[in-house]
Design a protein. Structure first.
Length: 259
């Protein structure tokens, strides 16, 4: 594998909401095996950028490339099968399903199978169900959530829900994972655990990550490269040390209006 293989890139990416230019000509690249941070003040356009990459919002202009393919405008479910997963700033669990069921439903279905072929291939379907169940169990164990396997996801703590979000990415053969504020509302102990899991998924399973996060300790620990957005534009990119000491970044966070 080439050292600098680019798995995800966005170029000239913009999004207008009526008269509001939420994202304005954003360019950045994510290398295979990297953990890239996407930071910036509230309203900078970080989540909107993720929404466009993940196929939830069509860009107004610009292009998105995943694993060498132009994926601009492709739907979330199509991208899911190409190994792109995202988690949400506010956890998206199915509150009335158990933790185990939440993971099981995140597993990809076998493509091209209609109800009749499923009917005639009942044995195959049962085998797949057993595999999914096993994978969901293993994933809960990895997350340290085995004790709440049968608990309704709606009853989990904020931190446990965040872990379940990460677990969903493990039910697919994820190649590129976008995490939107994995640390939001998570207590410091669990926060360290979330960071450890991200490292482990990166090192042991080869996941590439792009992470939006306000906790700068987490970003500094995990990310080689950090991209700073402000008012819809890339202000700078560099290492966390470079970012931390950059006057433009300090101004963007602490100058201007208090948000
Ligand atoms: N669906 C939407 N409709 C209208 N405005 C939106 C929508 N989503 C986000 N915005 C606006 O776009 C800007 C960027 O938002 P967002 O991407 O959520 O920022 P961040 O994640 O960096 O805090 C904000 O001004 C926000 O209010
Ligand atoms: Mg956001």
């Amino acid at each position: 594998m080439a050292v600098s293989e680019i798995v995800l890139s966005v170029s000239g990416l913009s999004k207008n909401f009526g008269g509001l230019q939420a994202v304005r000509g954003v360019d950045f690249e994510v290398e295979a095996g990297a953990i890239v941070g996407l930071i910036g003040p509230n309203g900078a356009g970080k989540t909107t950028t993720f929404n466009m990459i993940a196929g939830e919002l069509p860009p107004t202009t610009g292009a998105i490339n995943l694993l060498g393919e132009d994926i601009t405008g492709q739907r979330t479910d199509v991208l899911y099968h190409k190994g792109l997963m995202r988690t949400f700033q506010l956890s998206h669990e199915y509150a009335r399903m158990t933790s185990l069921e939440n993971l099981a439903v995140a597993a990809p279905t076998q493509t091209g199978e209609n109800i009749w072929s499923s009917w005639f291939a009942a044995g195959k379907v049962r085998k797949r169900e057993a595999e999914v169940h096993e994978l969901a169990r293993e994933t809960l164990e990895f997350l340290g959530l085995t004790h709440v396997a049968d608990e309704l996801a709606g009853n989990l703590s904020g931190g446990q829900k965040k872990l379940l979000e990460i677990g969903r990415t493990m039910m697919n053969d994820s190649k590129v994972v976008l995490l939107d504020e994995p640390g939001a509302g998570v207590n410091p102990t669990l926060m360290r655990k979330v960071a450890e899991m991200i490292e482990q998924l990166n090192e042991e399973r080869g996941y590439t990550f792009c992470i939006i996060e306000h906790d700068m300790d987490m970003i500094a620990r995990l990310c080689g490269k950090v991209v700073v957005l402000a008012e819809g534009q890339v202000l700078m990119e560099g290492t966390m040390d470079e970012v931390r000491n950059d006057k433009r970044v300090i101004d963007a966070y602490f100058g201007g209006e208090v948000v």
